[in-house]
Each structure stands twice: as structure tokens, then as C-alpha cells.
Design a protein around this ligand. Structure first.
Ligand code: ADP
Length: 402
């Protein structure tokens, strides 16, 4: 190598490090996960001179990796792809916590071809490095297709490793921030019943309070304490689900039986409103966590009662369909209630979301459907709704058949 070459390489290297420092600073300045991921992939491509890059994060529920972002693909193409830990390159990197260069993916037996089969990105070669935060590997950062026919060298590995560890910490921070956001919202929600309880105790302390008002006040207090208890257990449920600490106890079970059990539980509540419940014959075994699926069905049924009109109807149906050639059951709960406008439909599964005009109908926490979505998605199923204002709503869930 001539002196001139060493000089340019030296200068390139300096620019390289300057760029790395610049990205690192950018990463610490945002807590928005989406924005962060975009910056990381852009940085990875620049630093390694590659055509594309992707971030795969570990999903503890599925014990697999999922594409969090891929620079040249839209999320629709990648969200359903689950990459196993065993038998994939990314899985190997995750498990061993070491970088890997694959010069020619077509010659690599553990190359997980599903990605290339699903999308039109043709991967020729790749460099993957572990993303380590606080001594724990949380995912894998990959740089794909080196430009200008070059090969990955030691320098690429070093810089991508540095970027990946900075990125991992930034991602962990953003996740923690999301959690603290959740705590702030939760405390805010808890204040409403607490304020009602405090006002009630003040009332009860007044010696001039008539007897009938005293009784009303005690009933209000009972209602508010019930609500607090329900809220706290729902908060815990959701926090556990969101952090991936919930373990599913999957067994095959008879869905028809479970539905009957749920209907029996809500019968009283329905009778109070003279709402009738009709169930189609359901003769299918599904595979899932029975207690958690029960929680979801009960939530859909209580909503169908709470937000129904007096003397309304509820219909429960089930059909067997197939998703990716695997049998799934599609369960539906239809009501004849107030319905949900198109504008609100997209927010239905967000935590704390409640339609303002349903307040008059029933108390709630706005957490039930967020919990339901987590549970169903952890089963590999889907949850969605169809609804028309003042006509009614149908909520659908899918679950894998046994
Ligand atoms: P909660 O019922 O405790 O408020 P959910 O998460 O179960 O919480 O529901 C969120 C919101 O969605 C409800 O507050 C209500 O506004 C609306 N909703 C849910 N189910 C129905 C339904 N079947 N018909 C009309 N609105 C509904």
C-alpha cells in the first residue's frame, strides 16, 4: 500500500468515526421508538456501505425474532414473518451473541429463505451483529448487500458492533420511557374513583345527611371501590402482557363448552337489561390458554351487553377458516347496540380508549380490549371489528384449531 493510500484510508476512517459519533448522539436525543429505528438502519447502511439493513428484536412470547424495521420494505411485508432462533442466521447471532458475515447466502444452509420468498429483496450477502443492552442481547442488526462488489471486512464488523450496542441501549431507554408513560396514565386514571371516594367520605361525615342520601353514598363508594379493584388488576394484566412476561399455558380445549361457560357467567347481567344471547352450535377444538381466551370472550360479551340497547340481542357465531393453510376458528360476537363510528374504530384496541358518549351507558376502564388484543396476538390470532352507528357492532377473533 502506498503512502497516499494509507492517507486516504486514514482520512476515511476518521470521517467514519465522526459519523458514528454523530449517529450515537442522535440516538440518545430521541425516545420515539419509530424514529430511533429509522436512524439506526440509515446509520448501518452508511457505515457499512450497504444497500439495506434491518433490525430484528427478540419476542419472548414467541421465543423468536421479529422484524422491527427493514429499511427497504414496508411493515406489511415483514410483520407476519417470525424468525426461529434455531435454524436461522439471525437466531444464531442472537443465541451466541457474536457477529457473523455470510459472503453468499445461497450457500448458507441456515439461511431463512422465507424472507426472500415473501418479498422481492434478493439478499446476496450480509453482516449481522448482536444488539446488546445491559449484558442482555435484545436483537440483531443486519446490513445487507455490500455495494460495489466489495466484501465485509473487520472494520465493518467493528463499526456495526459499536452502532448496535448504542442502538440497543437507546431502544431499551425508549421502551422504559413507554412504560413510565403507562404509569403516568394509570395514576391519572386511578384518581377519578379516588376523588369520588373522598367526596363520599366527606358527605358521610356530615351529621345533617338524610338517611336515604347516606345509603346512596355508600352504594357509590361500593361501586367506586369495585372499579378500583378491577382497574388495578387490569393494569397489572396489561403491564405484564406488554412487557412480554406473560406465559401462555397452551392446551387443546373445546371452544363450544367455553362459550357456554362464559354465557352462563354474564346471563344475569344480560337479563338485567333484557338482552338475549343466541349461540350458534360450535363444535371445534382450539389450541390456546383457556383461562386467557375466557377472559377475552367475557370481555367481548360484557361489552356487547354494556353497550347494547335495552331488550337488544347478542349473537355468537363461529366458523372454521384457514390462515396460511392452517385451520383457524373465527369467533364473532354481534350486538345491536350503539355502534362505533369509523373514526373511533381504529382506536378501539388502544389502552385507555373509551368512546365519550358510551360513558353514559356504562363505566369502564378502557383496558379490556387492549388486553384482549395482546392475548389474541400472543396466540398468533387476530382481533378486529365491524360496526355501524346506532345499528350495532361485531367483534371477531381468530384462534388456531387444535
Ligand atoms: P371498557 O368497556 O372497560 O371501557 P374496553 O377496552 O372493553 O373497555 O372498551 C373500550 C371502549 O370501546 C368502551 O369504553 C366503549 O366506548 C367501546 N366499546 C367496546 N365494545 C363496544 C361495543 N360492543 N359497542 C359499542 N362500543 C363498544
Amino acid at each position: 500500500m502506498s503512502d497516499k493510500d494509507t492517507l486516504t484510508t486514514g482520512r476515511d476512517l476518521l470521517a467514519h468515526y465522526e459519523y458514528l459519533i454523530e449517529i450515537s448522539q442522535q440516538l440518545t436525543s430521541t425516545l420515539d421508538l419509530g424514529e430511533l429505528l429509522g436512524k439506526i438502519t440509515a446509520g448501518a447502511e452508511q457505515l457499512t456501505d450497504t444497500e439495506a439493513s434491518s433490525i430484528l428484536l427478540y419476542d419472548s412470547q414467541a421465543n423468536a425474532l421479529r422484524f422491527e424495521v427493514t429499511s427497504n420494505l414496508n411493515p406489511d411485508q415483514t410483520e407476519s414473518i417470525v424468525i426461529p432462533i434455531e435454524g436461522s442466521i439471525a437466531g444464531w447471532i442472537f443465541k451466541h451473541g457474536e457477529p457473523r458475515v455470510i459472503e453468499d447466502v445461497t450457500k448458507e444452509p441456515s439461511y431463512f429463505g422465507q424472507v426472500a420468498d415473501t418479498v422481492d429483496l434478493k439478499t446476496r450477502n450480509l453482516l449481522g451483529v448482536p444488539m446488546r443492552a445491559h449484558d442482555k442481547v435484545i436483537g440483531v442488526l443486519e446490513a445487507l448487500n455490500k455495494r460495489h462488489g466489495q466484501v465485509f471486512d473487520e472494520q465493518d464488523i467493528k463499526t456495526l458492533m459499536t452502532l448496535a450496542s448504542q442502538a440497543a441501549i437507546a431502544i431499551e431507554n425508549a421502551r422504559l420511557f413507554q412504560q413510565s408513560d403507562f404509569i403516568a396514565e394509570m395514576v391519572h386514571e386511578l384518581r377519578t374513583p379516588l376523588v369520588a371516594l373522598k367526596a363520599s367520605t366527606s358527605l358521610l361525615l356530615r351529621p345533617d345527611l338524610p338517611e336515604d342520601r347516606r345509603e346512596d353514598t355508600i352504594m357509590t363508594m361500593r361501586g367506586e371501590t369495585d372499579r378500583l379493584i378491577r382497574m388495578t388488576s387490569e393494569f397489572l394484566d396489561l403491564a405484564r402482557l406488554e412487557s412480554g412476561r406473560t406465559h401462555l399455558n397452551v392446551t387443546p380445549f373445546d371452544l363450544g363448552k367455553l362459550i357456554d361457560e362464559c354465557v352462563e357467567i354474564v346471563e344475569h347481567q344480560a337479563a338485567d337489561k333484557e338482552v338475549s344471547i343466541a349461540t350458534a352450535e360450535v363444535d371445534v377444538e382450539v389450541k390456546g390458554d383457556r383461562a386467557k381466551v375466557k377472559q377475552v370472550i367475557l370481555n367481548l360479551l360484557t361489552n356487547a351487553i354494556k353497550y347494547n340497547r335495552e331488550q337488544g340481542d347478542i349473537t355468537i357465531g363461529a366458523v372454521v377458516t384457514s390462515v396460511n393453510d392452517k385451520p383457524y376458528v373465527e369467533l364473532s360476537v354481534t350486538d345491536t347496540g350503539l355502534g362505533i363510528s369509523v373514526e373511533h374504530q381504529k382506536n378501539m384496541f388502544q389502552k385507555f380508549f373509551r368512546v365519550a358518549d358510551s360513558e353514559g351507558y356504562a363505566h369502564g376502564t378502557g383496558l379490556g380490549l387492549a388486553i384482549a388484543r395482546h392475548i389474541i396476538e400472543a396466540h398468533g390470532g387476530k382481533i378486529w371489528l365491524e360496526s355501524e352507528r346506532n345499528v350495532g357492532s361485531t367483534f371477531y377473533i381468530t384462534l388456531p384449531c387444535a
